[in-house]
Ligand binder design. Sequence first.
Ligand code: FE2
Length: 219
Amino acid sequence: MLALTRNLTRLQTVAPAVVGCRGKHDLPKLPYEYSALEPIISREIMELHHSKHHQTYVTNLNAAEEQLGDAVQKQDVNKIISLQGALRFNGGGHLNHSIFWKNLTSEKTTPSADLKQAINDRFGDFEKFKKELSTITVAIQGSGWGWLGYNKKTGKLDLATCANQDPLEATTGLVPLLGIDVWEHAYYLQYKNVRPKYVEAIFEIVNWKDVSERFAKAK
Ligand SMILES: [Fe+2]
């Protein structure tokens, strides 16, 4: 009871800040044209994925935050708790896709010397890393994401998978560097049910400059 009272007091304290943040998320612009990643990812997939799917996560995240603001103001703990699923799903969808678009490019890029070294130290060599990340990503049951992340505790790289739109950092503590979206909306129109072919192909368009910058920042 004492803990609940404390939490309510804390929620009351943060309420104005939460209310003040209502509806602030926007769909980020893609750093390239919808057709830029062809033939690896078709214009049609990119347009639907960005303008429909990602937009829906943003819209629903803003709606959930608005409801959260109201619930916090009213100290409606049941409502606050009931919103956690929508916040996780839509907030995760927004975070994941915002990283994903920047993780991809039509330009030829290579990992920085630092990242290359960290990959070799952790996985043996680049091909072994690619094989390991591909294997766990292809094996995800249903919808989810395969990730290369940075483990701040060990100072090393790690691989992980997350179900649905669970965001990597909030779920595992790893800082996200490279994410592979294996929801069917990311590949089905082009690769049908052949997920391994899509995952193999996506390595052709990884923006290693972006991944290297995330790595440098995370360290
Ligand atoms: Fe997606």
